[in-house]
Design a protein around this ligand. Structure first.
Ligand SMILES: Nc1ncnc2c1ncn2[C@@H]1O[C@H](COP(=O)(O)OP(=O)(O)OP(=O)(O)O)[C@@H](O)[C@H]1O
Ligand code: SF4
Ligand SMILES: [Mg+2]
Length: 315
């Protein structure tokens, strides 16, 4: 179980910076696919990097706690966390397939995390890399190839193999299919789903693509401007959406068919350097009232497992 409580992340100084994540609370059950959706700049990658303790120097945790099986992963010493990263928690970075080393055979790259974590000798690591590449659908004819010899889908499979070779309990996949054509995208989604079941992993699936997240996930969190809007089971979010932004997303998908854009909601994304007071969705919300300008993001539990952050609910 991964429990994120009141997590806030800032980039830059207190005076001139951006609070990219504010007061985020999530409970992610073992062995499920948890989808996180939000438009560009909503803080999805910031959350992923914070969970991996890989925020850039300009980023800092302002507050909050992340418990993985009861262990506080943000405050544990670096050495202890490094052991855990890879073995328990692993990340497919946004755009990772473009950062494969062009000069290194893919099987050697996939084996690297095992060697780095001191889990295996080189030969055993290479053997394990071959098994893992096979598991992600890359047969022996590809193992000794270099990244430029592979298609986009094959590169993404390689990246996924590197992330799962250490058999992590939790795999975070940040926009794992964004740069791929639609057919390859479906194949990568099917692969992630089958790996999740076979290896009984928890997958945190991050995307700006709402239909894709709804197809993939058991539970869904919707983010806007670094804050949560709504969290719930897939059926709750899709059939009983409560937050005006979620409703807008569902309507925009219905109205644009398969074009898969979130931009059909009128108005501009939040200026994170100068966010509106109260609810960050306020300038784009047709249901906004005076209360919304001073809304402190109190959460309302509308039904079991279904939480919403909006003044329309609760007292
Ligand atoms: N290294 C950084 N330094 C300063 N600000 C940053 C940095 N990285 C991200 N930000 C800001 O933090 C906010 C959240 O960015 P983040 O990359 O987490 O969003 P995202 O939801 O992953 O977007 P996308 O869908 O484009 O990947 C944005 O306002 C962004 O400009
Ligand atoms: S809090 Fe107000 S502005 Fe924000 S989504 Fe709810 S009704 Fe709209
Ligand atoms: Mg991102």
């Amino acid at each position: 179980m991964l429990e994120i409580s009141n997590l806030s992340i800032r980039y830059g100084s207190k005076e001139g910076g951006v609070r990219a994540l504010e007061g985020v609370n999530l409970r992610i059950e073992d062995g499920s696919i948890f989808g996180i959706v939000g438009e560009s700049g909503s803080g999805k990658s910031t959350l992923a990097m914070a969970l991996m303790r890989l925020l850039p120097k300009s980023g800092s945790v302002e507050g909050g706690q992340v418990l993985l099986d009861g262990q506080d992963i943000l405050s544990m010493p670096d050495r202890e966390f490094r052991k855990l990263r890879g073995s328990k928690l692993s990340l497919v970075f946004q755009g990772a397939m473009n950062t494969l080393n062009p000069l290194m055979r893919i099987d050697i790259q996939v084996a690297e995390p095992l060697v780095l974590h001191g889990m295996s000798e080189k030969d055993a690591a290479l053997q394990k890399a071959h098994e893992t590449l096979e598991l992600v659908g890359l047969d022996a004819s590809t193992w000794r190839k270099y990244p430029h010899e592979l298609s986009g889908g094959m590169k993404q499979r390689t990246v996924i193999a590197s992330a799962i070779i250490t058999q992590p309990k939790v795999l975070i996949a940040d926009e794992p299919s964004t740069a791929l054509d639609v057919i390859t995208q479906v194949q990568i989604m099917n692969l992630l789903r089958s790996l999740q079941r076979r290896l009984y992993m928890t997958v945190i699936f991050i995307s700006h693509d709402f239909p894709l997240v709804s197809e993939m996930s058991d539970r869904i969190a919707i983010m806007y401007g670094g804050k949560l809007c709504e969290t719930g089971r897939n059926d709750q979010i899709m059939h009983r959406p409560m937050h005006p932004y979620t409703v807008g997303l569902i309507n925009s998908v219905a109205s644009i068919g398969n074009k898969r854009k979130l931009s059909a909601i009128p108005g501009d994304p939040v200026d994170m350097r100068n966010p509106p007071s109260g609810c960050r969705f306020r300038p784009r919300c047709s249901g906004a009232t005076e209360k919304c300008a001073s809304y402190g993001y109190a959460v309302t539990n509308v039904e079991s497992e279904h939480d919403v952050y909006c003044t329309l609910y609760g007292n």
